[in-house]
Design a protein around this ligand. Structure first.
Ligand code: DX5
Ligand code: ZN
Length: 218
């Protein structure tokens, strides 16, 4: 069973809770929160204050994707704000292993994300410490970009690597996912599908969620 994680990056920020409620009622399991600092990626989005303001207003899993430099400085802040999972980029901190331990010490689930060009072998020695790996299927920074086809093979390889090690680590895929390609991505091994524009930039958000799930489950 695939899980859906709508990215609020494409939601209506002047009506954020309304959009959040629609995706929750449509059955989405995760709320994907894209945090950008204008350094690691060329865009600035939201901080812990926004996460905190949504806390207690929805039962969805708060899935915080940190696209920031020096993520170690903000783990506690996002954890206190209500994050259930914190994902940091492999490319961002100097001491990835230490940051993962920091996340877990907060009692929060830990994820690591890979940019499209970063090989999965970079996770070999931390995979067993992770709850989730987030494979970026676009270059992080903006919603509405095109899925990079080579990422399907990367999902397959990661699935194999997890199975070979006998681990239970979720694979989340993020970027350019739509009803046309979601089946290919789920078949390759994705457990959690992130979608921003394919959910929120549509006329009927609830219908878009149902359609994505139907196509994804095939
Ligand atoms: C991109 C973000 C994504 C983005 C996905 O840097 O990490 O979560 O919002 O948006 P779509 O689904 O429109 O590619
Ligand atoms: Zn994201």
């Amino acid at each position: 069973m695939m899980k859906l994680a709508p990215s609020i990056l494409s939601a209506d920020f002047s009506n954020l809770l309304k959009d959040v409620k629609i995706v929750e009622e449509a059955g989405c399991e995760y709320l994907h929160i894209d945090v950008m600092d204008g350094h690691f990626v060329p865009n600035i989005t939201i901080g812990p204050l926004v996460v905190e303001s949504l806390k207690g207003k929805t039962d969805m899993i708060f899935d915080v994707h940190l696209m920031i430099e020096e993520p170690e400085k903000y783990i506690e802040g996002f954890s206190k704000a209500g994050a259930d999972i914190i994902t940091v980029h492999q490319e961002a901190p100097v001491h990835l292993h230490r940051v993962i331990q920091l996340i877990k010490a907060q009692g929060v689930k830990a994820g690591v994300s890979l940019n499209p060009a970063t090989p999965i072998s970079t996770l070999e020695y931390v995979l067993e410490d992770l709850d989730m790996v987030l494979l970026m299927s676009v270059n992080p920074g903006f919603g509405g970009q095109k899925y990079i086809p080579a990422m399907t093979e990367k999902i397959r390889k990661l699935k194999e690597m997890i199975a070979e090690k006998g681990l239970k680590v979720d694979i989340q895929v993020d970027g350019g996912i739509n009803p046309e390609n979601v089946r290919e991505i789920v078949s390759a091994g994705a457990d959690i599908i992130v979608a921003g524009s394919a959910i929120f930039k549509t006329e009927d958000v609830s219908k878009a969620v149902q359609n994505l799930r139907m196509k994804g489950e095939g």
